[in-house]
Write a protein that binds this ligand. Structure first.
Ligand SMILES: Nc1ncnc2c1ncn2[C@@H]1O[C@H](COP(=O)(O)OP(=O)(O)OP(=O)(O)O)[C@@H](O)[C@H]1O
Ligand SMILES: [Mg+2]
Length: 333
């Protein structure tokens, strides 16, 4: 099998597939069929439509799900893969994803997280860390890396603290604009899980801490308690999608337990942080920039703030800042 090759079924192949799927009681694009063949509704649509080609891995999986390994005899041989133009990809839903600015370092974290999402199929990942440490930036970079493997990507911030029903209705309407979502909270959660099973969706819930902060440390605010049900279901129910949530650490620790795979973030390493400082137009002598990075523990937001201060008041020279200000500051502290 040539990976990357694209094929379509012959007419006989479609007939056979129809025969087999009827035996299994599946509709042509039923969620159970998509789940069993590890494809999406849209891929199944293209398989049956025969207008577009589909990836051979999906083609094989479809026939395997139907109970046969004889997929080769169902390939339409009249198509010469070397001359067939690649079909236009179906329009994918990408909604609310912020633009990513310059991004330095975190290569290993990106590698591990991508693996968790793509290979280990972790359903809920929590990026946790203090304010300004780079949770949102890392989530955006991660989305950039893995989004091609998903049918839809939706990014939502919890900063506006929407009631759970509004939040769910918005997600469902974005995923299927024509469907009318249910009105009951439990049904809405079920509908969302259903969508996440039919399609491979990448969801980002940014600033989860906005709905936390109840009486006990780490609890949900009373009016947002029902979000715990959403998170629990996303973690426990089997689906084909992934949710990345970002949250400041202290508040989130409690709520994350048992509902997400946590990834605790620390500051940037010295190399990445120095790159960030230099990109802000500072004169970067290694020794001094290392001192600055260590002082702020690689927190990119703190480094950005101090970088503009050094640029405005110390001629952009970290060593001048270190000698004059840092010395005073350390003595003061
Ligand atoms: N790896 C990085 N390379 C370059 N800039 C970065 C990096 N990580 C974060 N930044 C920058 O640092 C600032 C703070 O990052 P970010 O907003 O992601 O932090 P956060 O952890 O999400 O903070 P909060 O808890 O307030 O939401 C942003 O301006 C962001 O662009
Ligand atoms: Mg953030």
């Amino acid at each position: 099998m040539a990976i990357g090759r694209k094929v379509r079924a012959s007419e006989a192949g479609i007939q056979k597939a129809d025969e087999l799927r009827i035996k299994r009681g599946w509709n042509r694009k039923s969620p159970a069929f998509a789940l069993a063949s590890d494809t999406s509704e849209s891929t199944l649509g293209r398989f049956w439509g025969r207008k577009d080609l589909i990836r051979i891995e999906n083609f094989i999986n479809i026939y395997k799900a139907l109970g046969t390994d004889d997929w080769e005899q169902y390939v339409d041989q009249s198509i010469d893969p070397s001359t067939e133009p690649t079909p236009e990809p179906l329009e994918r839903i990408v909604d609310g994803v912020p633009k990513l600015g310059a991004f330095y370092g975190r290569d290993r974290e990106l590698e591990t997280l991508s693996q968790s999402i793509l290979e280990h199929k972790v359903q809920v990942i929590g990026l946790l860390g203090m304010g300004g440490i780079g949770k949102t930036a890392l989530a955006a970079k991660l989305v950039q890396r893995v989004q091609d493997q998903f049918d839809a990507v939706i990014w939502r911030s919890l900063r506006g603290t929407p009631p759970l029903s509004d939040f769910l209705i918005d997600l469902l309407e974005t995923l299927s604009p024509d469907a009318v979502p249910a009105s009951n909270r439990h049904r809405l959660i079920d509908e969302l899980i259903g969508r996440l099973t039919q399609q491979r969706v990448l969801l980002v819930f940014d600033s989860w801490q906005s709905i936390l902060g109840g009486e006990s440390s780490g609890a949900y605010r009373p009016e947002y308690q029902d979000y715990s049900e959403l998170l629990g279901q996303l973690w426990q129910q089997t689906h084909r999608s992934c949710v990345i949530l970002t949250s400041r650490e202290k508040q989130a620790d409690f709520t994350i337990i048992g509902t997400a795979q946590p990834h605790k973030m620390v500051g940037l390493d010295v190399n990445a942080a120095s790159q960030l400082l230099c990109s802000k137009g500072l004169i970067c002598e290694q020794r001094h920039s290392n001192d600055l990075v260590n002082l702020y523990r690689g927190n990119p937001l703190a480094l950005q703030l101090i970088a503009s201060m050094i640029r405005d008041h110390f001629g952009g020279d970290i060593s001048v800042f270190c000698v004059k200000a840092l010395y005073l500051l350390m003595n003061y502290l």
